[in-house]
Write a protein that binds this ligand. Structure first.
Ligand SMILES: C[S@@+](CC[C@H](N)C(=O)[O-])C[C@H]1O[C@@H](n2cnc3c(N)ncnc32)[C@H](O)[C@@H]1O
Length: 213
């Protein structure tokens, strides 16, 4: 069933001309918009595959891709500025193991027919919707987790971090309904700190980390 309420609000055209051109005529082969996405490519090598959903400014994806050249990284993000920034970083750092999709992750997963594909799926600080009235906008629903489970390998792991306790409770309820098991822990400062992780740490909010098995 298609989710009509989105987990994001599109920022009004604040993209510079350079960034707009970059998204419209990117020289990077491993970038596509969701409109042109036809599914993950099974012919690609069987090396470790990691997907990050909602990568924001992309700091985790870029550093991880540089640190692990033998793995293939995939990122889905709807925020155009974040995608433009990551495309610039990919080009200037000559990163060849990062694939980027611009668009709604829900739509991407709906269009994909490949199963059993990723070793790791990461969702860090999934959305800025802490208020109860915004619950319907939350990305991590039971349906979404079912789609995630399909593209995870049998021994693959899903890692989710959130700094909103009430959202953590909801995620936990949905994980119970979809995955065989998971570990829940309080996350201390990690090596790679994303923008929203920094905000959570600065505002002294506890970070809950889920890892499925
Ligand atoms: C709170 S930010 C966190 C960004 C980053 N992960 C971090 O830790 O700094 C949530 C991100 O998820 C993205 N997002 C929300 N819903 C999405 C969706 N349905 N598909 C793709 N990205 C989405 C937003 O555009 C935003 O960049």
């Amino acid at each position: 069933m298609k989710q009509s309420i989105k987990s994001f609000v599109r920022a009004r055209n604040r993209l510079s001309k350079i960034n707009r051109n970059l998204l419209n005529q990117s020289p990077i082969d491993s970038f596509c918009r969701v409109e042109h996405f036809n599914g993950f490519d099974l012919s690609q090598s069987k090396q470790k595959r990691i997907l990050e959903i909602g990568f924001g400014d992309g700091e985790n994806l870029i550093l991880s891709a540089l640190d692990n050249p033998e793995a293939s990284y995939y990122g889905i993000e709807v925020y155009e500025m974040g995608v433009a920034n990551i495309l610039k970083a990919i080009e200037c750092k000559e990163i060849s193991n990062a694939n980027i999709i611009l668009g709604d992750a829900i739509e991407v997963l709906e269009k994909n027919s490949v199963e059993d594909y990723f070793d790791e799926i990461l969702i860090f600080f999934p959305d800025p919707w802490p208020k109860r009235k915004h619950n319907k906008r939350r990305l991590i629903s039971k349906i979404f987790l079912c789609d995630i489970k399909k593209i995870l390998k049998n021994d693959g792991v899903l890692i989710i971090k959130t700094d909103w306790q009430e959202y953590a409770n909801e995620i936990e309820q949905n994980l119970k309904k979809t995955f065989e098991g998971y570990k829940k822990s309080v996350d201390k400062k990690s090596n790679l700190v994303t923008k929203y992780e920094k905000i959570a740490l600065k505002e002294k909010r506890q970070i809950t980390r889920f890892e499925t098995f």
